[in-house]
Design a protein around this ligand. Structure first.
Ligand SMILES: Cc1ncc(COP(=O)(O)O)c(C=O)c1O
Length: 433
């Protein structure tokens, strides 16, 4: 090309959660049965949408309006419903004009960072859900800036670390929270959220809270929304249908803007995100159309409670098996549907292997592990030797090594088998050299 067409943030765009799929498919072509533990899609793992929700969607399809464009901000009835719901929950006031629908939070996240001034940075958690960290890094043409979640302290954020990074880096304009968190399963206690809000207030920052798993908590820490702690700090809460309905294929998520009346720059930024969305016309109409009926139905709370019971059981089963394995540690997740297994760095090295009978599969794994991080090496050997496909923890923008699996498997026996397979593989691998 006669001019450089490569975006200077291109190398920041990584998403190993899906990246590993290509390798797994190559391995599957050699007869290995893959257990997909990499992607947080309940539907792909066999979860079903309740009949009453399908009926609401089927009825909506009978209405031609559900086939049309919707207003750029989103279907008025859906925004009105969300604003009322937030008001009932208490906390900051939210009007329907301060809600903006997107084609899933993936779309929201992309627009949020793309239209942030190039020099303004968002400080996010590490480990980090890679859509946030990649999009923020690509926007700034640099690695994402992070604060630490500490596995030795129940994956809680180190608030002093946040404060110091904010204090000494004037380019930081906002703090990102993922609550409940992917990949750690931590649910932020109110006291920590309040400390983060105090930092934001002191340094004149805004806060982004990704709350896509808001209704999926099952530990002793109750979920506290951004709306309830934000006070007069400007902020954006992100919610969506993907995980809770679950309906990831709807590509439906939304942003709630809090306190835009209290800061002109934040109001202008919120307006920019709306204007950017307007260029795309609007988000998908049908899911917005049915949202008030789904969330407003008494059965929705029951449905979420059932899912929480299920994930709680899975978390307990996984922790019971994996917490006994030497060389790794686990923190019981309190929300979302993932488990992060942390590797003791002194136990894992770059020479360890797992026995793989199939010569072609072994060759693929040996090729895949060239130059990769220590945890990715284990993840590839695990994949080749057992077919269990997980994601290295270091793919979540962290120096901490480990792996992330999901809690989605429906079959009790299959789930226990997967956990035991991972446990045995860690044991054999760490003993191999
Ligand atoms: C924390 C978090 N935010 C956002 C998303 C993406 O959501 P959506 O399906 O709405 O794009 C995910 C998906 O795994 C997630 O874990």
């Amino acid at each position: 090309m006669r001019t450089n067409i490569i975006h200077s943030g291109a190398q920041e765009l990584t998403y190993d959660i899906r990246g590993i799929v290509a390798r797994a498919q190559e391995i599957a072509a050699h007869g290995v049965n893959i257990t997909w533990e990499n992607i947080g899609d309940p539907i792909a793992k066999g979860h079903t949408v309740p009949q009453w929700i399908k009926k609401i969607v089927a009825n909506a399809i009978a209405d031609d309006l559900s086939f049309g464009y919707s207003p750029t901000r989103g279907v008025e009835a859906a925004r009105h419903f969300i604003a009322q719901q937030r008001t009932r929950e208490g906390g900051v006031a939210l009007s329907s004009d301060n809600i903006l629908f997107f084609n899933g939070l993936g779309d929201a996240i992309s627009i949020i960072y793309t239209y942030l001034n190039e020099t303004a940075r968002i400080l996010g958690p590490s480990p980090a859900y890679p859509t946030h960290s990649s999009a923020e890094g690509a926007h700034a043409h640099q690695h994402h800036l992070t604060y630490e979640l500490d596995p030795t302290n129940k994956w809680l954020p180190d608030v002093e670390d946040i404060r110091n990074k904010v204090r000494y880096n004037p380019t930081i304009a906002g703090i990102l929270i993922i609550n409940p968190d992917n990949p750690t399963g931590v649910v932020y206690p109110r006291a920590i959220l309040e400390e983060i809000m105090a930092i934001a207030k002191e340094y004149d920052l805004f806060v982004i809270s990704d709350e896509i798993y808001a209704h999926l908590t099952y530990g002793c820490e109750p979920f506290v929304s951004l709306a309830r702690v934000i006070g007069d700090v400007p902020g954006i809460a992100l919610r969506g249908l993907s995980k809770e309905v679950p309906w990831p294929g709807a590509r439906c998520g939304w942003a709630e803007f809090y306190n835009s009346d209290k800061d002109v720059d934040f109001a202008r930024y919120a307006q920019t995100l709306h204007d950017a969305k307007m260029l795309e016309v609007c988000a998908t109409t049908l899911p917005q159309y049915v949202l008030p009926q789904i969330y407003g139905d008494a059965r929705f709370a029951e449905h979420c409670a059932m899912q929480c019971d299920f994930y709680k059981k899975r978390a307990q089963q996984a922790c019971a098996i994996l917490s006994t394995v030497p060389g790794v540690s686990v923190v019981p997740p309190q929300g979302a549907f993932y488990l992060s297994v942390v590797f003791d760095d002194t136990v894992f090295n770059n020479a360890q292997t797992l026995h793989i009978d199939n010569v072609a599969v072994r060759a693929l794994v040996e090729d895949a592990v060239k130059g990769v991080r220590k945890d990715a090496r284990f993840v590839y050997y695990l994949l080749g030797a057992t077919g269990v496909c997980t994601v290295p923890l270091s793919s979540f923008n962290t120096h901490i090594h480990g792996l992330r699996m999901t809690l989605l498997e429906l079959n009790d026996g299959a789930f226990i088998h997967t956990c035991k397979t991972i446990a045995r593989a860690i044991h054999n691998y760490t003993k191999s050299v």
